[in-house]
Design a protein around this ligand. Sequence first.
Ligand SMILES: [Mn+2]
Length: 322
Amino acid sequence: MSSETPRGPVDSSRVPRYAGPATFARLPRLDEVGGRADVAVVGVPFDSGVSYRPGARFGGNAIREASRLLRPYNPAQDASPFALAQVADAGDIAANPFRIEEAVETIEAAADDLLGTGARLMTLGGDHTIALPLLRAVAKKHGPVALLHFDAHLDTWDTYFGAAYTHGTPFRRAVEEGILDTSALSHVGTRGPLYGKQDLTDDEKMGFGIVTSADVYRRGADEVADQLRQRIGDRPLYISIDIDCLDPAHAPGTGTPEAGGMTSRELLEILRGLAACDVVSADVVEVAPAYDHAEITSVAASHTAYELTTLMTRRIAAERAE
Ligand SMILES: [Mn+2]
């Protein structure tokens, strides 16, 4: 891709934003750019791993619809992400809604294929179950990765009803499988009641550090981003964002809402503070549009994916300039 000018979004001064089928940010489909992109935006319409409200299977397309209003220049990062590198919409991974184990395998294989083309993944969920197969694929390529996990919840529980693969367990499985760099694991935005204090003890033993949503409020986004950046260093970094890290006022359309969350401004500012990091892939999950109002949640998710895409394309451009 490096020798070619990236193909950007549909020109919204010629074709109204609300016209035509939605791709992420009105970008070309992957097949329209020869099947190769630097960042592939891919949907995973799978929500069979949820413990409470279902509906995140519709999240990816809701984010695509809400992303019609994204514009090509990102002033907060002083970058035009879709000009720095080729970003394309790779469509959806078709995962079996009736067999979770099979779906996990399908997602891993599809992620392997996309990563194999040289792309970084910007995945739109789906529920949080999908982070495990995505991390497996990323770790095959990069080795164990640092993880920055934005969420109201720890998602390091062991099982639900005896099931090992659920949206509350992906990061315990990932630690068990040795695919995470346990010297750089962080939860951000954590809050709300737990089953017991042991949940926190277990999580700490796995290597996670916690920045609660109250910590973000007290310390501020800049200080939090600085501390995270120091912990992550130049390790390959995977960022997984459960939209329920945001307060239900900022993201009502999600499966397991908890009061007292971050604002969308705080989340976006923390992400912008990670510009020096090597984000090798990322996901935004748990957008459940049936519980949304006026696209509040999918707009927040589309801007979140936009900031993540900007981080990745800036890094790609910087590496090419070396
Ligand atoms: Mn989660």
